[in-house]
Design a protein around this ligand. Structure first.
Ligand SMILES: Nc1ncnc2c1ncn2[C@@H]1O[C@H](COP(=O)(O)OP(=O)(O)O)[C@@H](O)[C@H]1O
Ligand SMILES: [Mg+2]
Length: 238
């Protein structure tokens, strides 16, 4: 179950997240979006006969793995991690015709998902995109992103996946970038930093989650010896 994948996450989710789902994981830089999604995926897959695909567009696979190792998140044999180089290869192998198509990274991701699905069938259950902002900045043609995102999210659901789409935003910022993402998504998680009695605390908050019973409160998160964990609700100042 997803809610048991990170210690303490069951304090936030009372019922489980069933697939298909597209969930935005939002927050400012350094708010643990990458750590959260990676830990969730690797812990979830640990004792299941299912497979996951993690796409890191902000850094290389090597640097991503080094960072995750330093934070205590473990690599699972049932997950594949791919970066920009892999996406470009997919393009070359499939000989995309035309200039414009060569920067359509949304299409490359779709192809990679199809390929992973061919290998693992319905056992391919979880996908992470890190991050949507990086994907957009790679694309030359960002016109009609609303339409593109509509079909991208639809494709993810059609593949019966639980997807975590990382999207940077400030605490007060909207959960939209170029393509109506907040409306299209089944869920929005907010990761952030909060000052509590002069101490900076990291927190997780569910803003939206279709078909799941959940808490609306900010929950403190912490990195311990065994990686990330969810503590209790943050106390709000009187
Ligand atoms: N062992 C650790 N304990 C606590 N915090 C850590 C540890 N290692 C890294 N961090 C913090 O985690 C941050 C990285 O989190 P990350 O998941 O990459 O955030 P995001 O993807 O939201 O930018 C680092 O900037 C650092 O502040
Ligand atoms: Mg990150």
């Amino acid at each position: 179950m997803f809610k048991d994948s990170i210690p303490g996450l069951e304090k936030v989710f009372k019922s489980d997240v069933d697939r298909p789902k597209v969930i935005l994981v939002t927050g400012p830089p350094g708010s643990m979006k990458t750590t959260f999604c990676y830990s969730l995926m690797s812990n979830y897959l640990k004792d299941k006969n299912e497979f996951g695909l993690y796409t890191t567009l902000e850094e290389t696979v090597d640097s991503h793995l080094k960072n995750m190792e330093s934070i205590g998140a473990k690599l699972s044999m049932k997950m594949q991690i791919s970066d920009l180089t892999d996406l470009r290869e997919i393009d070359q192998i499939d000989e995309v015709i035309g200039q414009e198509a060569q920067t359509d990274y949304v299409l490359f991701i779709e192809k990679m998902i199809q390929r992973f699905r061919k290998t693992h069938g319905d056992k391919f259950s979880i996908f992470v995109l890190d991050s949507l902002g990086a994907l957009y900045s790679l694309m030359e043609n960002v016109s009609d992103m609303r339409k593109k995102m509509f079909y991208f999210f639809k494709m993810l659901r059609d593949n019966n996946l639980t997807c975590y789409i990382i999207m940077e935003r400030s605490l007060s910022g909207e959960s939209q970038l170029l393509g109506n993402e907040g409306f299209l998504a089944d869920g929005i998680l907010m990761l952030g930093l909060d000052r509590q009695r002069g101490k900076l605390m990291r927190f997780l908050q569910v803003e939206k989650m279709r078909a799941v019973e959940h808490s609306m409160e900010r929950h403190a998160i912490e990195v311990g010896k065994n990686g990330i964990q969810v503590l209790g609700p943050l106390l709000t100042a009187p």
